[in-house]
Design a protein around this ligand. Structure first.
Ligand code: PLP
Length: 279
């Protein structure tokens, strides 16, 4: 594992964040999670673009721009010696005496860890995971990949305490996404997912999947759906950088159809995995 903070590499467990770091005091920052497959950053440019957008939306000026961030990532991955790894990178508004107002002459902080990728268990991929539904209690700007994850953490903890892997979030019965992934249903061989808006994170895996479907001629519909429609769908799955494409086979304790991963989910998982290996 590599740990990096503001220009310094430290060995595991040594890196410390100053008390007055705004990421610590306020969660005043944004982040990215990037997966390297076989030495290649999967959709690295898309992750960098999203980071630039997230930072811009909260008015953090990336010191040296996104080009410098890319160099930091590539250097960190190289130092780690890892070919299959996760890069977690945070950019915050920096270190300054605690005050809600933006500090005037503070440079953003950049911190990063590079860790070995942990493969999803075969059981999760082959049998699918359980999910609960949970009210989406987050703010109005979920398209920003903000460090403020309290509602996400609470929802996922609730799911875990019910023996489930993920919490699928909804606003008055309309599904938005999940606590740390995007949500999809399959109905009559069409993949349906919530359209992009301020309400959801534009997942990079979601974008990759859309492209996979376009290439393979699979219908991909960006349309709202309800919890009720999800529970009656043919298949349900989630996507994220760490979960890839993961079948959801029970929701709130009830099986989705026969409780086994569906054929469309298996097909797009296979097509997605082929893509991660080929570029
Ligand atoms: N939605 C939320 C709330 C997330 O936290 C994440 C990833 O962590 C995603 C969706 C999936 O995004 P990506 O595919 O870019 O990892």
């Amino acid at each position: 594992t590599i740990e990096y903070i503001n220009g310094k590499y430290l060995s595991s467990g040594e890196a410390a964040v100053p008390l007055e770091e705004r990421g610590h005091q306020f969660g005043d920052g944004v982040y990215e999670v990037i997966r390297y497959y076989n030495g290649h950053g999967f959709m690295l440019e898309e992750h960098l673009e999203r980071l630039e957008k997230s930072a811009g939306e909260i008015r953090i000026d990336l010191d040296g721009g996104i080009g410098r961030i890319k160099e930091i990532i590539e250097e960190g991955v190289e130092k780690s010696g890892l070919k299959d790894c996760y890069v977690y990178l945070q950019v915050t508004r920096g270190i300054a005496p605690r005050n809600h107002l933006f500090p005037k002459e503070t440079k953003p902080s950049v911190s990063m860890t590079v860790k070995p990728a942990s493969a999803l268990t075969r059981d999760m991929v082959e049998n699918g995971v359980a999910a609960v539904t949970h009210a989406d209690e987050r703010w109005a700007n979920c398209y920003i990949k903000s460090l403020n994850l309290l509602p996400n953490i609470l929802a996922k903890q609730t799911a875990s305490e019910k023996g489930c892997y993920e919490a699928i979030l909804h606003k008055d019965g309309r599904v938005t996404e999940a606590s740390s992934s995007n949500a999809f249903i399959v109905k009559d061989d069409t993949i349906i997912t919530t359209p992009l808006s301020r309400e959801i994170l534009p997942g990079i895996t979601r974008a990759a999947l859309k492209d996979v479907c376009d290439t393979a001629g699979i219908r991909f519909d960006e349309q709202h759906f309800t919890v009720r429609e999800m529970k009656q769908a043919d298949e349900v799955f989630i996507t994220s950088t760490t979960s890839e494409v993961l079948p959801v086979t029970t929701i709130d304790g009830d099986p989705v159809k026969d409780g086994k991963p569906g054929n469309m989910t298996k097909l797009v998982l296979e097509l997605f995995q082929a893509r991660t290996q080929n570029r």
